[in-house]
Write a protein that binds this ligand. Structure first.
Ligand code: CP
Ligand code: NVA
Length: 316
């Protein structure tokens, strides 16, 4: 049966650890000039209904590095759900390509795509979740810290897609997670219930409480893609949730600052913090490449996850 990568909840802790190990291995091998055409002759279709820099570039580059090919479909190219139903797009694509990545608004569209496609589908961000981002972020943490269970992670901002994916990650890897959102911007009720079930997770409306003694301070935009009309209201509602030097002083002295990017400088994060010595945002962006190569291999050539490093011919 084919697998998809739509969320972290359908991945086991050991599978997630395997993905992180493979991502780090691929990264160091790439730096040592080793080539792995594990996906020679394979094609990835990338459907984007929202803009992207990192997700597009890292999937396309990753596929090229693995010997395969990626096709970018811009928001107006195929008119998914308007010119043609999700089901028809999924069933056509499945006849031509080996893998589909979709960035869309409603998570239900992503789930429908996976249900109708006979090839694996990857969630490249929905309004509910951004699992590829979190795998890259967990890789960044696992390259810096021996045992993620020892960490206190503070998520400061909107209880939206990134916060939901962090809640899934905490449930799998058992680090401490403190989510601080303004009233009215808490996570969706399903994820809120999950957070409340986790003994080491906490929800608060006070960013100072979340960040106190944190090892990791994470933030995201106050206005996600698709919410642009609410920008003014959100700037007011989130004004006490800026990650700035003052807030960062509450964290541990060696705490790191993370952001999925794109950042709205001067809103959710100051220049001083984003460009400062505690920021690891470019490491996170870099790791998207390696994490997604690992995800694509997990879906298309799972044996690579356990294989030793050896020259590869592109054949299973
Ligand atoms: N973090 C992230 O997904 O970036 P893009 O929106 O540029 O793809
Ligand atoms: N929450 C943001 C994440 C961007 C990568 C958004 O959905 O726009």
């Amino acid at each position: 049966m084919k697998r998809d990568f739509l969320d972290l909840s359908s991945v086991s802790s050991s599978e997630l650890r395997g993905l992180l190990q493979l991502a780090t291995r691929l990264k160091s091998e790439l730096k040592n000039g080793m080539e792995h055409p594990y996906l020679r002759g394979r094609t990835l279709a990338m459907i984007f209904q929202k803009p992207s820099l990192r997700t597009r570039l890292t999937f396309e580059t990753g596929m090229a590095q693995l010997g395969g090919h990626a096709i970018y479909l811009a928001p107006d190219d195929i008119g998914i759900g308007e010119r043609e139903s999700v089901k028809d797009v999924a069933r056509n694509l499945s006849r031509w390509v080996d893998l589909i990545m979709i960035r869309t608004f409603s998570h239900a569209t992503c789930v429908e795509m996976a249900r109708e496609a006979s090839v694996p589908v990857i969630n490249g961000l929905t309004d509910l979740l951004h699992p590829c981002q979190i795998v890259g972020d967990l890789q960044t943490l696992s390259e810096r810290y021996q045992d993620l269970r020892m960490l206190r992670v503070a998520f400061v901002g909107d209880g939206f897609n990134l916060a939901h994916s962090w809640i899934e990650a905490a449930a799998l890897l058992h680090f401490e997670l403190r989510v601080a959102c303004p009233a009215g911007y808490e996570p969706d009720k399903h994820f809120l219930a999950r957070l409340q079930r986790e003994p080491r997770c906490l929800l608060t409306n006070d960013p100072l409480e979340a960040v106190k003694d944190a090892d990791v301070v994470y933030t995201d935009t106050w206005t996600s893609m698709g919410q642009e009309r609410e920008t003014g209201k959100r700037q007011r509602d989130f004004r006490n949730f800026q990650v700035n030097g003052n807030l960062l002083q509450r964290a541990r002295p060696r705490a790191i600052v993370m952001h999925c990017l794109p950042a709205h400088r001067g809103e959710e994060i100051t220049d001083e913090v984003l460009d400062g010595p505690q920021s690891v945002v470019l490491e996170q962006a870099e790791n998207r490449l390696h994490a997604q190569k690992a995800i694509m291999l997990w879906l298309l050539r799972p044996s690579v996850l356990t294989a030793d490093t050896r020259p590869d011919t592109g054949q299973e």
